[in-house]
Each structure stands twice: as C-alpha cells, then as structure tokens.
Design a protein around this ligand. Sequence first.
Ligand SMILES: C[S@@+](CC[C@H](N)C(=O)[O-])C[C@H]1O[C@@H](n2cnc3c(N)ncnc32)[C@H](O)[C@@H]1O
Length: 517
Amino acid sequence: MVPVAGVLLVTIGAIRPSGPLLARAGVLHAFVRPTHRRCLAVGRPKPKSAAPAAAHAHAALAGQVVELTISSLTSLGAGVARLDEGYVVLVPFVIPGERVLARVFRVGPSFANADLVEVLTPSAERVQARCALFGRCGGCQYQHMPLRMQREWKRQHVVDALGRIGGFTESPREAKHPLLCAELETLVRPTAGAPEAYGYRSKITPHHEGARGEAHEVGAIGFHEHSRRRLVDVDACPIASPAINDALPAVRAAARERARERAARIAERRESGERRRAPKGATLLLRDAEDGVETEPRAPVRATVHGVRFLFPAGEFFQNNPSVLPALVRHVVRRARGGGRLDRLVDAYCGGGFFALCAARHFESVVGVEVSADNVAAARANAERNGIANARFEAGEVEALFEPLICAGGVVPARTAVILDPPRKGCSDEFLQQLFAFRPARVVYVSCDPATQARDALAFATAGYALREAQPFDLFPQTRHIECVCVFDRADADGTAPLPLDEGDATDGAAAPGAYL
Ligand SMILES: C[S@@+](CC[C@H](N)C(=O)[O-])C[C@H]1O[C@@H](n2cnc3c(N)ncnc32)[C@H](O)[C@@H]1O
C-alpha cells in the first residue's frame, strides 16, 4: 500500500469484471465475512476471522481514502474490493468491475467498511438514480443498477446462500447428503418481478426524533442514513406509491405540529416543577390501500388480491408491493397444488390468512396457524366476508399447535401441501421436527431471508426432502431485499411419480418469470 497525496493506493488481486462466475467466487468471501452476525443468527458455526495480525496489517486503512476495484456484491448489497490475504473492503452503491475512491471508516479483523467518495471508472451499465437522497438514505441500495442487473444479483445471492449455508453442491463427493447434490444453477430460477421499478411500495413508516430547542422544532423526518444511526429528511420517496408521495407533505407537517405541541406541553409542566422526560420521537404510517392513504395504524383498510377482498388494520403486516402480489400468490398456489394431486393445505405462520384465503378455492380444506390472535381474528373475518367456508384458523405458535392440530387431526400427509412463510429468523427446529414427522407431500417455503431459508433447506434435505425449485421474486426493486419461494418434495414418495411443479406441466415449462406477469 502506497499513500499518495492523502489517497491510499491499494493493490488489488486479479480483476474479473464479469457476472455470475466472479460473483460465485467473490460472494463466498463477501457473504461470510460481512454478514458475520447474520451467520450466527442462522445457526452456522462462527466463521473464522482473519488472524489478528491481518487486522493489524490493515489498521492503517482507518480514515484513509483508498482506490479500489470492486469484484462482487454481498447479500447486503455492498460492493466487495478484495485486498491481500482475503481481506475485503465493503463499499456501498457500486457495481462489480468499477474502480472507485472510498473512505474507510471502520476496520475489522477480516473486513473494513468504507463510504463511496467517487466512481473513477463507472460500469457501462450504471444508471442515474431517481432519488436525490440515493447514497445517503439507507432505504435503497441498488438505484444505480438497471433492474435486470439487480435481479441477476438477487438470484445469485439465493444461489450463494443455498450453496454456502445450505450445503448444496453439484459434486456428489462433496455433498454431505445425497439430497444436497443438486445443480443450483438450474434449480434457482431467474428472479421474477413486476415492471414497476419505482412507485410500488404501498406502505412506508418514516420516523422522527422528539422536538428540541426553544421553538420545539423537529429535525429530520425520514429513514436512517446508510450505515449510520442518523435520520435523513425524506420529503419524497420514489419507491413509494404516487398516492403516498402526494400525502407525504401534509403528514409530515402534521407530525411536526403534533411533536411541537407535545414538546411545548412537556416544557410547561417542567416549568411548573413536574418531572418530565424529554419529548419522544415517533414513527409515522402511510398505508396506500383501496380507500386512499391511511395514517392511523388501527384503522381498517381494504385490498383485493387473487379475487379475495381483505380488510385489515392499516398498521398490520400486509405484503406491500401490490404490483407483484398477484404473481407471487399465483406461483405459491400453483406450487402448493402439486399439479392438482394435493387438495389439503396447511398455511403455517399464516398472518391474516393471506395465502390460505387466496388458495382456499383451489383446495378441499385449509388450516391456518398463526401466533397473533389479532391476525387470526382478521383471517376468520376475511374468510367470512369472502364466503370461504373451507378454511379455518387457529391462534398459537406452530410449535405448540402443529402436532395436535395437524399430525393428530386426520389430515392426510400424502395429499397435503404446507405453505411456510415464517418471519426473517426462519423456522424453529422444534417446529421442523414436527413437520418432518408428519411428512407432508410438499412444502412451499416463502422467505424474505435467503440465509435462514438456506439453513432450513439443509434440514429439509437431511429429513428426506428434495429441493425442487427456488423462485426469487423482486418484491422490492432498488433495494437488496429478496423474497424467495422454495419447493420441497418428499423424496421417498413410495414409488409414486414425482409431483409436477405446476398444473398439467410436469416439466414446468411455465415457470419462466414472464409466465406470471
Ligand atoms: C412473514 S409474516 C407472514 C404472514 C402471512 N403469510 C402474509 O403473507 O401475510 C410471518 C407471520 O408469522 C407469525 N409468527 C411468528 N412466529 C410464529 C410462530 N412461532 N408460530 C406461529 N406464527 C408465528 C407472525 O405473527 C407473522 O404473522
């Protein structure tokens, strides 16, 4: 490393500017090291960090502006520049192949974080970000990439997670279980998504701190800055729907006024000797639904998906990219049908019954299990509102309810599909053991975290389930977020023909993303 006029020139290894192959090599490092905490969260052994000596060797990077070549992207969307001995510097808002200047602000034992200062050699594919706050606001990571490239990387991150965390490999010698020997490049489909690259979000939740100072002014109202705890003031958000953007100025002004009044009241009481805490911040809600934009979290709002009319509290979880939802639901329902051979459905982690109710007319019977009693009440009410009589919903943890309700409840495993849509942390072992003991013919696993899904995919393989397909969906263009639907089939299906993936199409020619949209 040679410091030149305040810029540290770093010698980079071979530059391999192309796509997936490079990505596969690069992400193996990138995925492990920068997501250290995440690896622990998914239950993998703690990755070996570089020797302390290496950290010492790179300590000089702290605070320096360095010139780097980006070789790949992490699953969190940061560019990876590889230094000597596998040490990496992570730089946001870049594209593999680009040469950039970046200022290092944190040096860890195996990787450093840097802010992007300048793109010296831009990728030919770089596009103009639509948002003036891109690069500061932590909400979007990919506005500088064309949509096609964003989707290729999202697919690549699914491939990498299944390989690195799930243990899937093409090599029979390396596979730790016969069902882990699989061609991921074939099993993981191209990312599907809607054409709307902007203006798609139907819910945003900007925050602000408490009002301060003599005039009780509120500072920024918006989202966290990239890599920082500070808030960025967001007066328009191009990925939110046009209706949300129209409503935003008035909602922000009202929030400032409320916070000012609250702070003034607190100040008055303090003056009169009462002990009062400093004014608190708040999180705002803007939910764009059929009746317009709602800001009161408990207010009921309406949305129609797959012919089902949902009524739900505005602040509750509801998949929030309406333009992709029809495709996602159609895909999940088709896969759950198993070419028409499965007519019983269990929707575990069912929330307000989203998949269960959309699927109900395609099945003989449906059972939804969900821990939130409010969600279950909403699911039951929505079933009634839509005249759906073959779906029932039970409140409780899947860990407590699956065994007594499903295993002992007369549901026939060979005719049953189970939809799983767990929170980001994935499924618990306790639940998976019950699921595997029940042995449903097919499991359709929807996840917003490819890492925990890949960890669970390893458990599925070990329990005798073959991964048939992984279909990433681009629910959140311009961001690093991925929704992925994996299909697992029982591998010991007693001599019966494998379940088709889709209706009347055993080879699943219809699975190309274009088929959904
Ligand atoms: C990602 S959301 C999916 C909701 C639903 N599938 C949808 O699309 O609206 C995960 C749901 O799992 C529920 N949940 C979390 N842990 C659970 C558990 N141990 N047992 C049952 N439900 C759980 C949460 O309350 C939440 O509604």
